[in-house]
Structure formats: structure tokens, C-alpha cells
Design a protein around this ligand. Structure first.
Ligand code: PMP
Ligand code: GLN
Length: 386
């Protein structure tokens, strides 16, 4: 008897194959290359944070479903962190939602706050899940391009203004920014805020790199005048505590917005990361020195990579923040990058995949790796025929 395979019908994600991060990490494994592609540190977070998770499991905290909105200890810790660092006041009962990483918070925010046909503005190069989530929501993406200017990446305010239409519902912002490493200044954020107020838009602000800043200062969008009422602030523990596999994230917003995010979140995963929620609740109480030491250590890694790349003759801007440095290799960067494992034994990410525009000259290298790993990668890159 002939069997037939039903045709797949969900076309919304047809344009999205395997994520570039999975693809390039698999390529690194297959070719034995040094993986400067996917952004994860090659050392784990502090022992006391890891131990807190072990203790939570052993003592039976979080092994069963935690509450849908997250455990109260973590919601209180997130609210206290926002207040201590930025003076932002969120009610842990009604204005903080714990999610499975920032990824889930972003998905739930876009799905919960847009209707099919709405427009979402974001900045390219963009984090890959943004485009996929906008497509899942049936919304339309409009991008504003970040370009190198004065030693850092920024946008043209007029281009942003021109991107707003009568269908615009939401601006999806990311500062500190992956992949460019730019930290938006107060005046850049003010342009976004002014447009949001003028056109009654929501801002979803992805701040997962808030503590990985070397030059400049992270300013949460919600601290700008009038913005606390129209911003969903998203962050997660993965970067700050070097535990990207734990997937503990959160969204903070006024109830009118957060309830919509929660309504979606409950049907995506319902809950997640039980014991890790307990561990992060105590991790967030770390003294300021801990947070500073994470950035200071990473800055050494950034300098190792960017100094090395520049010494080899590569064109790169020194990123102000995050895990990533972008190199301008000229036209054909995607091909160059995909050939790099074979040619040099190094994996990076072709930034082409983060653009809607036909911009193909950039490659993203992650520097959240041990200094000797970075040095080895530089040595390999130095052997490339010019
Ligand atoms: N936003 C940005 C800009 C990211 O780079 C990442 C990935 N590291 C995420 C969101 C996802 O964060 P999480 O691992 O907490 O889901
Ligand atoms: N955020 C990480 C990066 O940009 C990877 C996350 C992922 O693999 N989805 O490299």
C-alpha cells in the first residue's frame, strides 16, 4: 500500500531554516574549529551560583512546576535589581513575569502585543529570533539600519521617523546591541521614546547585555520620561551569570502590557527552569563588585580579540558592550565566513543573516572565550593567505 506524507502547511516560518547559531556550532564541531560563533562563555558562572542550583534541586525547591508567573523570591529579586541599578519601580506581584530565557519573553511580548498586519520596527543587524517572532505573529517587520559612524554603530533619526506608519504598533529595541556591541546613548534613546509617545507605540526593550558594558552606560528605555508606561523591559540571567543554558529570563512592565505577555507565555511553556529560578533569585543579590568583575573580565577578552584582529589588518570597530565584535571583510562576507572553518579552523557568524538589506560585508566574532582560546583563534586567522 502506498503511504503519503502530509504536506507541511505552516508557511509563516518558511523563510527561516535552522538558526545560524545551531548551524555554525554544528560546523565547528564537525570541522574541529574554534567556535567564535554562538555567543556562550566557555567557562561557567561563579561556583556559589552553581551551588545554589544544586542545593535547590537537593532540597526539593523548584523540582515541580513553579508558579506560572515565576517564584515570588525571583520576582522580588528582579524588582529589587531594577530599583537598585536604575531606580525603576516594579511591583513584583503584578509587574514582573519570569520566562524561559529572554527568548520566550520576546516571543510572548510580540505575540501578545501585536495583531496580524501590524508593523514592528526593529534595527538591523537584528538578533535572529526577532524576525521569526514577528513572522509568527503575522506582523510585518520594518528595519532601520545601524551603520558605523564615529567609531561606533548608530542609526539615522530621520530613517527611524520615516519607518513609522499608521500600522506601526511596536518598536523592538536592543541595547546593548547584538551583534554590533553598540550602547545607545541617552539622546538616541530619546529619539525612540519621542516617536513612541507621539505615535502611541509600545517599546519592547531587550536588555540582556545590560551588565556587559565596557564603554558608555546602559540606560534602560523605561527610565526615559513617560516610557515606563509603554515599555516592556526584558532581560535574563544567562549573560550576567555565565549560565546561558539555564534559561531564566524576565519581562517587567505595567500590568496592562504585562498581562498580555503573560497570557501568551502560559501557553508557550507555562513554566520552566524551576530550580534555576531559585538559584538566580539569590544570584541577583550579588554585590555591585560581582557585576563589575564580569564586565572587567570580559573587557580583557574583548581587547585580546579586537587588538589581535586589528594587528592582523582586519577592520573592526571596538564594541562598547556584549560578547561580540564585528569585522568588515568587504563584499562576499557570508561566503568568506562559511569557508573560514575549512580555511582557518575558526567559526564565526556571517552577519548577512541579521539583515533584510543586501548588506554582506560583516562577520561577527564572539569573544566570550578564554584568552588562550582567543589567542589560538588569532594565530589561526593570521595564517590565512591574504
Ligand atoms: N536577546 C539577545 C540580543 C541575545 O543576544 C540573546 C541570546 N543570547 C537573547 C535575547 C536570548 O537570551 P536567553 O538566552 O536568555 O533566551
Ligand atoms: N544569543 C546568542 C548569540 O547571539 C546565541 C543564542 C542562540 O543560540 N539562540 O550568539
Amino acid at each position: 500500500m502506498q503511504t503519503s506524507i502530509p504536506a507541511a502547511r505552516a508557511g509563516r516560518l518558511d523563510a527561516f531554516g535552522t538558526t545560524i547559531f545551531a548551524e555554525m556550532s554544528a560546523l565547528a564541531l564537525a570541522t574541529g574549529s574554534i567556535n567564535l560563533g554562538q555567543g556562550f562563555p566557555d567557562t561557567d558562572g561563579p561556583a556559589w551560583v552553581l551551588e545554589a542550583a544544586v542545593q535547590a534541586i537537593r532540597s526539593g525547591r523548584g523540582n515541580q512546576y513553579p508558579p506560572g508567573v515565576g517564584i515570588p523570591e525571583l520576582r522580588r529579586a528582579v524588582a529589587a535589581h531594577q530599583q537598585d541599578w536604575y531606580g525603576l519601580v516594579f511591583d513584583p506581584e503584578a509587574e514582573v513575569l519570569i520566562t524561559v530565557g529572554a527568548t520566550e519573553a520576546i516571543a510572548a511580548a510580540i505575540l501578545g502585543l501585536t495583531n496580524p498586519g501590524d508593523e514592528v520596527i526593529t534595527f538591523e543587524p537584528y538578533y535572529d529570533s526577532y524576525a521569526a517572532c514577528i513572522a509568527l505573529a503575522g506582523a510585518d517587520r520594518r528595519v532601520v539600519t545601524l551603520r558605523p559612524d564615529g567609531g561606533r554603530w548608530t542609526f539615522d533619526p530621520d530613517e527611524l521617523r520615516a519607518a513609522v506608519t499608521s500600522r506601526t504598533r511596536l518598536i523592538l529595541l536592543n541595547s546593548p546591541h547584538n551583534p554590533t556591541g553598540t550602547v545607545l546613548t541617552e539622546s538616541e534613546l530619546a529619539v525612540v521614546a519621542e516617536l513612541a509617545r507621539e505615535h502611541d507605540l509600545i517599546v519592547v526593550s531587550d536588555e540582556v547585555y545590560e551588565h556587559l558594558v565596557f564603554d558608555g552606560r546602559h540606560i534602560p528605555m523605561a527610565t526615559l520620561p513617560g516610557m515606563a508606561d509603554r515599555t516592556v523591559t526584558i532581560s535574563s540571567a544567562g549573560k550576567t551569570f555565565s549560565v546561558t543554558g539555564w534559561k531564566v529570563g524576565w519581562a517587567c512592565a505595567r500590568p496592562a502590557l504585562l498581562n498580555r505577555v503573560r497570557a501568551v507565555k502560559q501557553f508557550l511553556t507555562y513554566v520552566g527552569s524551576g530550580p534555576f529560578q531559585h538559584a538566580i533569585a539569590s544570584a541577583l543579590t550579588a554585590p555591585a563588585e560581582y557585576y563589575q568583575s564580569v564586565a572587567a573580565q570580559l573587557q580583557v577578552q574583548r581587547d585580546t580579540l579586537t587588538d589581535g584582529l586589528i594587528a592582523l589588518g582586519f577592520t573592526t570597530l571596538v564594541p562598547q558592550a556584549t560578547y561580540f565584535a564585528t569585522v568588515d571583510v568587504g563584499p562576499g562576507a557570508e561566503r568568506w565566513c562559511r569557508a573560514l572553518p575549512e580555511r582557518a579552523g575558526v567559526v564565526a557568524i556571517p552577519s548577512r543573516v541579521f539583515y533584510d538589506s543586501d548588506i554582506d560585508r560583516y562577520v561577527r566574532f564572539a569573544f566570550c572565550k578564554q584568552v588562550d582560546v582567543l589567542t589560538d583563534a588569532l594565530r589561526r586567522l593570521g595564517k590565512l593567505p591574504s
